[in-house]
Unconditional design. Structure first.
Length: 259
């Protein structure tokens, strides 16, 4: 299926009457990913993953959002272009409103940057409160299944530009990885036992948290295949889902009818 931005308005309009009333929104980020990897890595992951899932599930993909809530990376390293949480909330809320106006009743938000989650969850809350018949799902690409999560978190709870992400880029966009630099930029997780959440300038010496030195194209391709298969399964399951109860968000309970 063509992506949303490749379609004419007539082609978009024909999807809901055909029962294709779901859309996927890939959300990435533009931020430093260490000395060895391009700043647009998160957006690339979101784009490639959702494109493949679209082909597997026959659900239209919206244009990738390349900016996210990356303010935690600080201004120590050039390259990061971050949105404030409230800005990301508003942007995704607006996108959801217009998707709904085009007749779509299911929206899958696929997030590839960890600290996007909180504002994206706020946007989800606003969308489902305003549109009674719109169902919204928020899924982190790196936690779509237990096996995918295990690979991403194998070096620690705090990770960035690590083995998993570098391997994914070696498989998907090798021109975004400097193979010579990746072997000398490993940096450990320094957040173990921390009570507070610290910005990256206080947890990493070079923007990396993890071991990109052990990354490989083979590992990246295997991980990406898992992500495509497991996310496709979640999306297909969601397409069959109905709300557990049919009560309207806007209709108050009638106490006079309660025995």
């Amino acid at each position: 299926m063509k992506s949303w931005h490749q379609m004419t308005w007539e082609e978009v309009a024909q999807l809901p009457p055909q029962g294709k009333d779901a859309a996927i929104l890939p959300v990435g980020a533009t931020e430093q990913h260490g000395p060895h990897m391009g700043c647009g890595m998160d957006a690339e992951i979101a784009f490639h993953l959702c494109r493949e899932v679209s082909q597997e599930t026959n659900i239209v993909t919206l244009p990738t959002l390349p900016y996210g809530c990356s303010i935690g990376h600080s201004k120590r390293w050039p390259g990061t272009i971050a949105l404030q949480p409230k800005t990301l909330i508003d942007v995704v809320k607006d996108i959801g409103d217009w998707v709904y106006a085009s007749g779509f009743k299911k929206l899958f938000i696929i997030n590839s940057h960890a600290t996007n989650y909180a504002p994206l969850r706020c946007a989800l809350e606003m969308l489902r409160a305003e549109h009674d018949d719109l169902m919204v799902a928020l899924i982190n690409s790196f936690e779509v299944s237990e096996r995918v999560r295990e690979v991403h978190f194998q070096e620690g709870d705090d990770w960035h530009a690590n083995d998993a992400e570098t391997s994914l880029m070696l498989a998907l966009k090798p021109d975004m990885v400097d193979k010579e630099k990746m072997i000398n930029v490993d940096d450990p997780d320094r957040t173990i036992d921390c009570v507070f959440s610290h910005p990256v300038n206080r947890t990493s010496t070079n923007g990396v948290t993890g071991k990109p030195s052990v990354a490989s194209e083979e590992k990246g391709q295997r991980l990406f295949d898992w992500m495509v298969n497991d996310l496709s399964a979640v999306v297909n399951k969601g397409m069959k889902e109905q709300p557990p109860l049919s009560y309207s968000y806007f209709e108050r309970i009638n106490f006079e009818k309660i025995d």
